[in-house]
Design a binder for this molecule. Structure first.
Ligand SMILES: Nc1ncnc2c1ncn2[C@@H]1O[C@H](COP(=O)(O)OP(=O)(O)OP(=O)(O)O)[C@@H](O)[C@H]1O
Length: 678
């Protein structure tokens, strides 16, 4: 029976499957029609005669197909009842095949319909279905692509190197992993890259004072009286440059234009002070009314005192007045030395004002009648240090005071205005220019820092570095931000390898055995200075003094004087004497504590080998300090330090006395603490 059924089935196979596919097609037709009918109400509203016709036809088809569908369903059911499971399987395979065939046919039809007419009215149910299929397959394709892309992006993202997807226009957000950042080389302004070079060797490049054009006979005489026969290289270059900018008097710049500001970076002891004292004195010789026309700002009282002394030497007998305001005297006394009250108002008692920034700001704010409206020269000595103190805003106070409007000024035409952009109108307004003169042995070449000074078309004078001896070109040294600071030619510097215990013994050996006189010894703190001073004093046999902020200004002044006079063999000091202090006859510098910055080193060792003379500098280095210290000097382009060994046998003789001095030091420190507490 089953065999018969199978044969019958196999024999009927083709016709049956065809029937069934037709039935399936029919069914789909019906479904599509149903869907159309559901959508009809909307289209009816719009209602076109054409669409009505289509609807009627559809209806007829649908009633016909409904009857045939039912009959076929019944037939199918009967057949299935007699089929085995394997037959069912075969059947489903055939169904699949039919389905594919059907799809192909639909596709073909769709293409034909599309070719015929693309209007929605002509689109058959097949087309709709195939379109739906196509769309769904399209969506599938798109989602598959998106998945592919996202997985690709996921693969790329972790490396952080590639963030773009397959579409070159789209950017995948994220990728925050560290990437190699390209180094941006600093671009220095032209005035920094093309400076005027100064000869470094003083003795070989002396210029007779009479060879410098434009010097006033009175000034020449003054120089001769002070035994200055030749100018040092920095003076020979800078003095004519500043004088040139005031050749038409101090009221106008050369040709009526604003003069360029001047920046000078020359080694310690190269004579920078005279380089600004001489042109200022000569320019102000022409003045009629006493007003503050030159202002010199320095970082410490001692330096202000020193510069004031040099000015006083050169204005003596010239009718110019120099006043110092650095807190050496009481505020009231300083006010009295600055301003005088007359029947016509206040009058200035100073032509040249030498000051520290803090005290200057105090007088600008509090001294009645004090003004800077006639200021022609603003000298910033130790300029790099002064830039560091810019947070005190002293320069801003000075600039405001210079361009402050006179209350009830009768003639606004001659009122000084802060220069802005150069225009035809502004160039017609002639007024006294304010010229800035910057000096330092370690002038920063960092444009960011220099910008704070508001320089106008600056000119840079810089000492020539020792480069390739065969290279005579001007460009053998490349200025850099870190600064290639130069050391005095006459300086020989060494390092002494040591440990913490041997440090004081080495110092004693230098003073007692090697008999070094006028030794300036630097420590890194005032407590360290004080303890070392107490220790050496307890040891005995050495004239020792200390110099730090522990001392009053009067004590400091006396100490420096005694040191200069040779009454003190060893001066133990903090960095308070490291900058600018000019003490004649200092033969040897000892860095008991190694300086932390190259600038500090340059200024400390610069207290010797001044004015072209010879000098020695020693730095005591612990083993751990050696490598970073040499690196610091190398980076700054400083010549290599020579090694100076001190044999332990040389130190043995001091050990016993040193132990005693140490215990005395402990007692002295205890006593001082007790005194402080009480
Ligand atoms: N033309 C000169 N002839 C002789 N001696 C001079 C001359 N110019 C300066 N000096 C002397 O040289 C020494 C150093 O000068 P000065 O103090 O001006 O140097 P500096 O460059 O300002 O040093 P620092 O950077 O340490 O402040 C001083 O004692 C000064 O008197």
């Amino acid at each position: 029976m089953s065999l018969f059924v199978i044969n019958r089935y196999l024999g009927d196979e083709v016709t049956t499957s065809e029937d069934r596919s037709k039935a399936l097609l029919q069914k789909l037709h019906e479904q599509a029609k149903d869907r159309q009918q559901q959508q009809r109400p909307h289209s009816k509203e719009k209602g076109t005669p054409k669409s009505n016709h289509v609807e009627e036809t559809d209806k007829t088809i649908s009633t016909e197909t409904e009857t045939s569908r039912k009959t076929k369903k019944r037939k199918k059911k009967q057949e299935e009842e007699v089929k085995s499971p394997s037959e069912n399987e075969q059947d489903s395979q055939l169904q699949e095949a039919t389905h594919i065939k059907e799809k192909k046919q639909t596709k073909k039809k769709k293409i034909i319909v599309e070719e015929k007419d693309e209007s929605p009215e002509h689109i058959s149910e097949h087309d709709e279905r195939s379109r739906a299929e196509q769309e769904s397959s399209k969506t599938e394709e798109e989602s598959r692509r998106a998945e592919e892309e996202s997985s690709r992006a996921k693969e790329i993202e972790p490396s952080g190197a590639e963030v773009t997807t397959s579409n070159p226009n789209s950017i995948l957000l994220g990728g925050f992993e560290p990437k190699a950042v390209e180094k941006v080389l600093p671009v220095l302004p032209q005035w920094l890259t093309q400076p005027s070079f100064l000869q470094k060797n003083i003795k070989q490049n002396l210029v007779p004072i009479h060879d410098i054009p434009g010097l006033h006979p009175k000034v020449l005489k003054k120089l001769e009286v002070n035994k200055v026969k030749d100018f040092f290289p920095v003076q020979a270059e800078v003095i004519p440059a500043v004088l040139d900018s005031s050749c038409h008097g101090f009221l106008l710049g050369k040709g009526g234009y604003r003069p360029s500001d001047v920046c000078v970076s020359a080694p310690t002891g190269s004579g920078k002070t005279l380089a600004f004292v001489i042109p200022i004195v000569q320019t102000l010789l022409q003045r009629v009314v006493c007003e503050v026309r030159a202002l010199v700002v320095l970082p410490t009282k001692e330096l202000a005192q020193q510069v004031c002394k040099v000015f006083n030497t050169y204005v003596d007998g010239m009718g110019l007045k120099v006043v110092m305001i650095a807190g050496q005297k009481s505020f009231l006394k300083e006010q009295e030395s600055l301003i005088q009250k007359t029947a016509f108002g206040f009058s200035s008692l100073a032509d040249i004002l030498v000051c520290t920034p803090g005290r200057l700001v105090d007088h600008i704010q509090q001294t009645e009648g004090f003004n800077l409206r006639h200021l022609r020269f603003l000298v910033i000595d130790e300029a790099d240090r002064m830039i560091d103190s810019m947070n005190q805003d002293w320069l801003n106070h000075v600039t405001k005071a210079v361009f402050r409007l006179e209350a009830g000024s009768p003639n606004m035409l001659f009122t000084r205005k802060e220069p802005g952009i150069l225009t035809a109108a502004s160039s017609c307004l002639h007024q006294t220019p304010l010229q800035k003169l910057l000096f330092s042995a370690t002038l920063t070449q960092n444009p960011e820092k220099l910008k704070q000074l508001g320089l106008y078309q600056p000119r840079l004078f810089i000492s020539k570095q020792k480069g390739n001896p065969n290279d005579s070109s001007e460009t053998q040294m490349e200025p850099s931000i870190s600064g290639n600071f130069s050391l005095p030619e006459g300086l020989t510097h060494y390092y002494i390898p040591c440990n913490l215990n041997s440090k004081p013994l080495i110092l004693l050996h230098f003073l007692l055995s090697l008999r070094f006189s006028r030794v300036l010894c630097f420590t890194n703190s005032r407590d360290a200075s004080h303890r070392l001073y107490l220790l050496i004093r307890s040891f005995g046999g050495i004239d020792v003094a200390e110099f730090s902020s522990r001392l009053s200004p009067g004590e400091r002044k006396r100490t420096l004087k005694e040191f200069e006079q040779g009454k003190v063999q060893l001066l133990v000091s903090t960095d308070a004497t490291a900058r600018g202090i000019d003490i004649k006859g200092v033969k040897c510098i000892i860095n008991y504590d190694a300086p932390q910055f190259i600038r500090t080193y340059v200024h400390r060792v610069g207290r010797t080998a001044r004015a072209g003379k010879a000098g020695l500098a020693f730095t005591m280095l612990l083993k751990v300090q050696e490598k970073p210290y040499f690196g610091m000097l190398r980076d700054a382009g400083a010549p290599e330090l020579q090694r100076q060994l001190v044999k332990s046998e040389c130190l043995k003789q001091y050990e016993q006395r040193y132990e005693e001095a140490l215990s005395e030091l402990q007692k002295a420190v205890k006593n001082e603490r007790a005194q402080k507490r009480s």
